[in-house]
Design a protein around this ligand. Structure first.
Ligand code: LLP
Length: 437
């Protein structure tokens, strides 16, 4: 992927940086992020939309990977930023990301989060439910502001990796239901609310989607809603956000569509579906995984090896479900290679275990590698999305450092947690203190 190659020393090199040197300098486990590849992906989405000649905005879904440095890159590339919590908003604002390009998602925004975002002056809220609409109206009124909103609609199209299903009523915690008329009712309520400015609609049909057809189907349903809202209430749809979810290639045999194909499908579906309406809305997308997923590689040091004779060889690394929860949570599959012996032929099948005290902490089952020994470096690819962002301190394991690499330079963008960090929020009640403490 991206700028990675095997260098003259037989080491894996990413962004012009030798991963063996990175391991020496920063330690392992280490998240390595290929900055050039992130920028390329962002430009691919923007470029594909530019070709369509339609109005558009590309947003980046922070939840996939959010740090101060990442927000700087999103800003430099001119994208919008989707945040879903006060923490993601704080990160963006602290990075100097312009509030007028930030918008807020989530099915249970707190009053604090709404006030924080209103005070910051974000671009808009993706309103999810009736209670939120009411909170937005009340809090905006108190502040003498008008909150821009688009409504999250659950369109009854659910896309999975290799298929989509269509349901009448979607059984989901997110958004206003379309088939029951909730979405229409919410639109009417938002339209008439004195301190809300309804700008359009949003849907997100799933993640790691391989088929473009699911987007077409969802867009048709959203356009029908827009048409009915226009004809019945005179509401105009200025923004149609069709979410993220574009698939990436975690394994060699997977075949997601190229970015251009998703964008073309979306553009032509919107053009066709809105042709009888007074205007084509500005089309928004908000990919996360397809921007950062392939740009991330996790580097581990191999520790212990255990062979269950005649059954399996377990190779343990110095991380696991604390830095990559996805195999344990979703049975996600990854590919890996030896970073320090990248040119060598594979000659055995092993399974990669994490170091957590839990049998389910297995990163990869049955992978072909050269015969490994303690101290070898394992590079797991495509770990840029939902790895660092879902990292945790189970077993009180410290979260890894993150480095950005580009043009042979490495920059530390997140420090490795220290042992002190592990207890930094702990407090001992007085009655449990030892005398000498
Ligand atoms: N927009 C909305 C409203 C979303 O809920 C999501 C992801 C996205 C955009 C970005 O989707 P992406 O382009 O990254 O697929 N933790 C899971 C993925 C959860 C996705 C949640 N929503 C995983 O590791 O696969």
């Amino acid at each position: 992927h991206g700028t990675s190659r095997i260098n003259e020393s037989g080491h894996l090199e990413i962004g012009g940086c030798d991963t063996v040197q990175l391991a020496n300098q920063y330690g392992t486990p280490l998240y390595i992020v290929d900055e050039q590849l992130i920028r390329q992906k962002m430009r691919a989405f923007v470029g594909a939309f530019e070709k369509t000649g339609l109005p558009f905005q590309v947003g980046y879904a922070s939840k996939a990977f959010s740090t101060l440095a990442m927000c700087r890159i999103v800003d430099e590339e001119g994208l919008l930023l989707d945040v879903v919590s006060d923490g993601e908003l704080y990160t963006a604002l602290h990075a100097g990301f312009p509030a007028e390009r930030i918008y807020f998602h989530g099915n249970n925004k707190s009053p604090f989060e709404i006030e924080y975002a209103l005070d910051a002056g974000i671009r808009l809220f993706v309103a999810d439910n009736f209670i939120e609409l009411e909170m937005l109206q009340v809090l905006a009124e108190q502040k003498g502001k008008k909150a821009n909103v688009i409504l999250r609609v659950s369109p009854g199209v659910e896309a999975h990796t290799h298929a989509y299903i269509q349901t009448g009523q979607e059984d989901s915690k997110f958004g206003f239901d379309l088939s029951s008329g909730q979405a229409h009712q919410a639109a009417l309520q938002a339209y008439h609310a004195s301190h809300l400015n309804l700008e359009g609609f949003h849907c997100h049909i799933g993640s790691q989607i391989f088929e473009t057809e699911a987007f077409r189907l969802a867009i048709d349903k959203m356009a029908r809603l827009a048409k009915e809202c226009y004809e019945q209430y005179g509401i105009q749809t200025r923004i149609l956000n069709v979410g993220g979810g574009f698939g990436i290639r975690y394994e060699e045999n997977e075949t997601p569509r190229p970015v251009e194909q998703y964008v073309q499908t979306i553009a032509s579906a919107v053009t066709r579906a809105f042709q009888r309406l007074p205007q084509i809305p500005e089309i928004w997308i908000e990919p996360g995984r397809s921007i950062v997923g392939e740009a991330g590689t996790t580097l581990y040091t191999i520790g212990t090896v255990k062979e269950v004779i005649g059954v399996r060889k377990y190779v343990a690394v110095d991380g696991g479900m604390t830095d990559n929860l996805r195999p344990a949570l979703y049975q996600a599959r990854y590919e890996a290679m030896l970073a320090n012996r990248a040119a060598e032929e594979a000659d055995e099948t092993v399974s990669i275990a994490g170091k957590c005290c839990e049998s389910g902490d297995m990163l990869i089952w049955d992978i072909e590698l050269p015969r490994v020994t303690q101290g070898d470096l394992l590079a797991v690819s495509c770990t840029g999305a939902y790895n660092y962002s879902m990292a945790n301190n189970y077993n009180r394991i410290r979260r890894p450092a993150v480095v950005f690499v580009q043009n042979g330079e490495a920059d530390l963008v997140v420090e490795r947690e220290t042992l002190q960090d592990i207890i930094s929020q702990d407090r001992i009640p007085k009655r449990l203190l030892r005398k000498e403490q």
